[in-house]
Design a protein around this ligand. Sequence first.
Ligand SMILES: [Zn+2]
Length: 427
Amino acid sequence: MRVTNQGMRDWFGMFPSSTFADDSCHLIAAMGNTGVIESNDGLVIYDLPIRQYGKKVFREIREFTDKQVKFIIYSHGHFDHCFGYAPFIEEIKEKNWEMPKIIAHENCVRRFEKYKLLDKYHDWLNKQQFASVSGRKQKILVSAHETLDPTIIMHGNEVQYSFKLGDCTFNIYHDKGETDDSIWLWVPEKRLICAGDLMVSSFPNVGNPYKVQRYPKQWAIAMEKMMKKNAEYLIPGHGPLIKGKEKVKDVLSITAEAMHFVHDEVVKRLNESKWFEQIYHEILEIYPEKFKKHKYLRPMYGCVRFAIHASYRLYHGWYNSGNPTDLFPAKSEAIAKEFLRLNSEENYIEHAKKLYEEGKLQLALHILDIIIKGTDEMHNKILLEALNLKYKILKQKANDETSFIAANIIDNAAYQIKEKIKDLKLN
Ligand SMILES: [Zn+2]
């Protein structure tokens, strides 16, 4: 699985931190990035990393300044943007400082509530999404029950919250994108935008298969609002500092263009009364080369395939195929058993092998699933053969897959099949 390429190393914060704007601003690299703005009256911190990187980020900041932290802004409530607060709070208590003001959108508060309600479920999901880096047996990725809660809360569609600290102005805007609680920061005196995960230095994480609805169209609108600022610097949620007016404009505009494209092409086809499968394959056919080639649209975490789902789900319920067979389907095991009554397992496995040899991996998987789902004899030789071939295909697909999320989904299934093979051999 490609978790060691440069793109993914950037995503996980494995690159040097940056200092810029006459040494008054800093990007501290971690998972995700922390932005630090030094005013002459104290520090404003935009985002804290994942809990495990809190100490690293704190130490790095304290190497260049001993100024008090006055404000902490959460770009959104994901666990890699606001959970690494412990060392900062320890310092505040030690020095008897006043607590910093914590700024977030009201949907971030709702998110924290949701995390508390669904902690085990999210832990289970995140273990799958991050299995290749966190390991499958790690106990808990992040405890959602311990949060540093916001004290200044932006409400509804309130578009701007501003404050001054020393010689700097901080303008905060709310826009939906990866989440419904995103807020981004503009510091005019420093010509700096802190974007949070509205910019992840690769294809936007819109349409994550595990997670709730995301917002491609509004993402594009957020990018266009940022473009109007004519910023010199942009701190992304993940990846190195984006520097220079032209570069900042280019990454914002290509992202906006890609989001408009996917969203608008889906809408056009919904208006032509098309169902998901047709929409999906048609858009992949026409997805422009300029998007495929752009460094900031690399499909290494999110990808266009997910974005089509996200756009469709904005306007459509769960009945995707237009075929009433799929409305209230029978159990997949029962369907597979009927196929096996029509044709023998031997024929299916031979056909799957042929498809595999022809490089038709996806079709081979569909055929193998008939054997795997329909065969319940514990010692069935063909079942073992089918599981082994499925394992081999999934490993190959995970290895070829560019999207970290998709690769993890596929690789996890391969791991489970391997466990099943072990069990079958033992029985
Ligand atoms: Zn993030």
